[in-house]
Ligand binder design. Structure first.
Ligand SMILES: [Zn+2]
Length: 531
């Protein structure tokens, strides 16, 4: 018998393998799990030179897979003004002012993470609010959802110059209905900012390195970066080539609204070029709708706070169907952002039609977010083998204030139906959507098992702790088409695992975020060791 490189023993191993959910030890050899089972079995693999890790009875789970994350933001944004923690309008101004003073040389000030409700205004904030903080440089802040931007007057002017050149309202600038003057709000901010050269100049490999280190610290061993521009792929390649890509990365290339079909040649070339286990171009990401908070998610019935509107779609429905059919024909996995029930239905219909047109294959098409969906559509995920990828934290009552006003109580009750999707045998994958929500998977797991209704009752949509872990491991692996190599602790699979300070099956849900990652192992190699 070949001696093992590593034996982990005296552990409570939750494998995410339904045939053998629990084990007490395993051996690792050549970067793969060689033996999973009892202590006695694993320990026979230990020889001179084998590292033996006594887990002290603690919990070991497969490496976490974040099936929808924006690691590349670290690269794109460099350093930014942190607006997490739900600051009030005055606090936002204070943080912007302080950052501006400390960074006199930055040509544009960028912040992220403000919460609409915490600003304490009825509607959305305005550019004049930010002019109170900074007038000498453009300022652009994105809401926690990552979509809505709020700029000062200097930024709005900068955007107008750009829009005059492009002659198209990229970024969807909101105007005052009476005076037609821009309010300072942008509904699809990143479509605009990615065209600004001052944004390109902010790009920094240091930012990406930092984000990768944070991910590993939280036990993330695979990140599915769901929206990467062709131009930014080089950042991942550079990090891989310097040996700094310590987790596996799968990339979905971003397909903006105006993508010409000629670009598909470049998508295909990128897919062929980056196709190794460390870094692979896996999918294409596009949008069918926006978000409920700004009334841009496409709904089957009108908005509760705007009975004249059912939201909007990014493409006309038949145009979207054509795009999906063509990308499907080219063999891509497709990830469609759909937050509203109408958006979700349009995506399901389009996937169904492209399967009919292009014939059977293992497609793994996904719908990202699926925040509110029609109960009639729940069984369609399993039937069409479409993967819902959802972010537990986005359902948290403390973050959905404005969301609930937009949707109304009835649709809030049936929203984020994790339990119903699992019962309908959907391959529900969980994800963080960082920087929209916290990167730490344990925060998502805590929400998935401990979710409450806005009234503080236990939510009927909660899942068990085992199901939550599977959502971040084996089912996330299926969402990334990687389940034959990662996602569970099984003989032959790549040895990605996490040792935790406490037993997730024993602690109260509200204590789960305090559990620490003691060790993160990728391919049998320790990439993070905590206290
Ligand atoms: Zn996202």
């Amino acid at each position: 018998m070949t001696p093992a490189d590593l034996v982990v023993t005296n552990a409570r191993v939750y494998t995410s393998d339904p045939r053998r959910p629990w084990a007490e030890a395993f051996a690792v050899q050549g970067g793969r799990f060689a033996q999973v089972g009892t202590r006695a079995e694993a320990e026979t693999r230990a020889h001179v030179g084998t590292e033996v890790l006594d887990a002290g009875g603690r919990l070991v789970v497969p490496g976490f897979i974040d099936a929808h994350v924006h690691l590349i933001w670290g690269y794109e944004l460099g350093e930014w003004i942190d607006l997490s923690g739900r600051p009030s309008l005055e606090e936002v101004k204070g943080r912007v002012r302080a950052y501006a003073r400390a960074h006199p040389d930055e040509e544009i000030l960028v912040g992220h993470g403000f919460d609409y409700a915490a600003l304490g205004r009825d509607g959305l904030p305005r550019k004049e609010d930010l002019d109170d903080a900074v007038t000498d440089r453009p300022v652009i802040l994105t809401a926690w959802d990552g979509h809505t931007g709020w700029g000062n007057t200097r930024f709005v002017r900068r955007a107008q110059e750009l829009l005059e050149r492009t002659r198209r309202d990229v970024g969807h600038m909101v105007r005052d209905p009476v005076r037609l003057e821009p309010t300072g709000i942008f509904l699809h901010t990143f479509d605009l900012t990615q065209l600004l050269p001052e944004f390109a100049r902010r790009r920094s490999l240091d930012g990406l390195r930092q984000v990768v280190r944070n991910a590993i610290r939280f036990g993330i061993t695979t990140g599915f970066d769901v929206q990467v521009n062709l131009r930014d792929l080089g950042a991942y390649e550079a990090l891989r080539d310097e040996g700094g890509l310590d987790l596996r990365v799968r990339v979905a290339l971003y397909h903006p609204e105006d993508t010409p079909a000629a670009r598909y040649v470049e998508f295909l070339a990128a897919k062929r070029r980056l196709d190794d286990d460390a870094l692979r171009v896996a999918a294409i990401k596009l949008y069918i709708d926006g978000v409920q908070e700004t009334g841009t998610a496409a709904l089957l019935e009108p908005y509760a706070d705007d009975p004249a509107s059912r939201g909007s779609t990014v493409y006309a429905e038949d145009r979207y169907r054509e795009i999906v059919a063509e990308l499907d024909r080219l063999g891509f996995q497709i990830c469609t952002h759909a937050c509203g029930d109408r958006g979700v239905r349009i995506a399901l219909d389009a996937y169904e039609e492209s399967a009919r047109r292009n014939g059977p294959r293992d497609r793994r098409h996904r719908i990202e977010h699926c925040e509110n969906l029609s109960p009639a559509d729940l069984p369609r995920f399993a039937a069409l083998r479409v993967i819902p990828c959802m972010m537990p934290r986005h359902a948290s009552p403390e973050l959905t204030g404005r969301w609930r006003t937009a949707i109304g109580p009835e649709r809030t009750r049936t929203a984020f139906p994790w339990r119903g999707l699992l019962d309908a045998r959907a391959d529900l994958a969980f994800a963080s959507d960082w920087p929209v929500a916290e990167l730490n998977p344990l925060i998502g797991i805590a929400e998935a098992v401990g979710r409450r209704t806005p009234d503080g009752e236990a939510s009927p949509h909660r899942v068990t702790i085992g199901e939550a872990i599977e959502g971040y491991t084996i089912r996330a692996a299926r969402a990334c088409a990687m389940e034959t190599s990662v996602g569970s602790i099984e003989g032959g699979k790549r040895a990605d695992f996490v040792l935790l300070s406490d037993d997730l099956f024993a602690v109260q849900p509200e204590r789960i975020p305090d559990v620490r990652v003691v060790r993160t192992v990728v391919d049998g190699r320790t990439v993070h060791a905590g206290p």
